[in-house]
Design a protein around this ligand. Sequence first.
Ligand SMILES: C[S@@+](CC[C@H](N)C(=O)[O-])C[C@H]1O[C@@H](n2cnc3c(N)ncnc32)[C@H](O)[C@@H]1O
Length: 251
Amino acid sequence: MSSAPEAVHSAYSAEHAEIYDFIHAARGRDWAAEADELAGIVKQRNPGADSVLDVACGTGEHLVHFSRRFGRADGLELSEGMRRIAQAKLPHGRVHAGDMRDFALGTTYDAVLCMCFSLAYAADEAEMRAGAAALVRHLAPGGVVVAEPWWFPEKFLDGFVSAGLAQEPGRAVSRLSHSTREGRSSRMTVRYTVADTKGIREFTEHEVYSLFTQQEYEDAFAAAGCPVTYHPGGPNGRGLFIGRRETGPGA
Ligand SMILES: C[S@@+](CC[C@H](N)C(=O)[O-])C[C@H]1O[C@@H](n2cnc3c(N)ncnc32)[C@H](O)[C@@H]1O
């Protein structure tokens, strides 16, 4: 086994973007049910909410469902491949190019979400705090922030292995992953094999997620002016941080 560290880029590659929806649906991901739950969380705390920003929106699957529940549903995404797929699904919503650690869209939303551990792509606590601050800066008064964390350090399983297979006529994709702990980070190697009418190809992605504590996430949102509460469970078992900004930007 090679010990040389592989290059890590948090923005997803174009070949990963192409198979993202297919493999995640086969792994049991139900974006419609997740979006229902998230819209319920937002509207319970902000009944008049009519606009939502999904940060690190990926292929825009949540946004497709949000656009039926909110008057305005926009996204922000670093990867060009993911962004292109998301924008094609959203004739009325705008998918902005940007980095969640430092973006300024010049507008605010009634809800800002960051799902699926995306905040843990921050390399250290300072970057994660910058991301939390950017999310909060885009909240209108009374706006709701929802952020899904990566595993807390005490919950992460070193050496965790997972396998998945997605199949449809003319296409099959397998996904094997292995995760290890390296200090305050987890490192996941994911190997994909894609078989389609053109042949078989393989590629490997290397992802690093920081193992921030519950307290570190809570401190980041409190420092940004929007204290959050941790709710265990959530769509993927890692829980959700939820908060409501009582004052407007700059207050
Ligand atoms: C696990 S996917 C989540 C996608 C989507 N939110 C979902 O729930 O399916 C993480 C996404 O974050 C994007 N990403 C990674 N680093 C980012 C950054 N610094 N700013 C914005 N997006 C980023 C990746 O390109 C990828 O699309």
